[in-house]
Design a protein around this ligand. Sequence first.
Ligand SMILES: C[S@@+](CC[C@H](N)C(=O)[O-])C[C@H]1O[C@@H](n2cnc3c(N)ncnc32)[C@H](O)[C@@H]1O
Length: 231
Amino acid sequence: MGSPTTPAPDDPQHRPPADDPRLDLVAGSVELRHGRLEFVRPREATALLYEEDVAADQAYPPYWAEVWPSGVELAYAVSAREWAGASVLELGCGLGLPAVAAALGGGEVLATDRSPDALAFAAVNAERNGVAIGTAVCSWAEPAPVTEAAPWRLVLAADVLYGQRNIAELLALLPRLVDDGGEVWIADPQRPLAGEFLAAARRDWDTVTTAATRDDGVRLHRLAAPRTNLR
Ligand SMILES: C[S@@+](CC[C@H](N)C(=O)[O-])C[C@H]1O[C@@H](n2cnc3c(N)ncnc32)[C@H](O)[C@@H]1O
């Protein structure tokens, strides 16, 4: 029997700190119109559900750490055009694939998310592709960091049309981000609330179009010309 003052090896109080799952990375790449985009992501998004994140991420799961089909398709759509000198904003950027694609196309890009960890990954992913992007923590309920820099030429968002609160916040925010010279591109995997979002957007915007993408499950919605009474 050991001395009462000697901790047993399995004593949780004396266990070394667990490895940070944000640093257990895997690399991947996605095809763009011209070339490939390289990225890293945490190996296991669910491993990121650690307690400290509850405050930072407002108790929401770490969705930012996944590669979502909508982000892949939005990056591809962005890469089909040149964005030289254009101001580009990504909302809810997660790993930042569309933001990086816009920077590769010459855009001046700000990637935003409510999760600071997401922004760290988006910036590193830009570096891996030889481009630089700006990053800013921004929650859609407190959007000063992005409204103050409006109007944007292009506003991007992938897989954000979930949750009634997200829909309400985005409907209020998006018309404040572009003027008649700008567009909003939202890629969506046909989430249940997308129809409600689009119906409201048709009331608030002069132009709302939807296009197929390479992925049968993902649609690309484009909003342009916000009605002036919302500004
Ligand atoms: C389903 S993930 C999509 C991530 C990325 N756009 C993609 O397609 O790979 C939703 C993202 O939106 C962010 N998000 C959700 N609600 C938000 C809010 N109210 N304000 C800012 N970001 C938010 C999350 O942190 C997460 O990164």
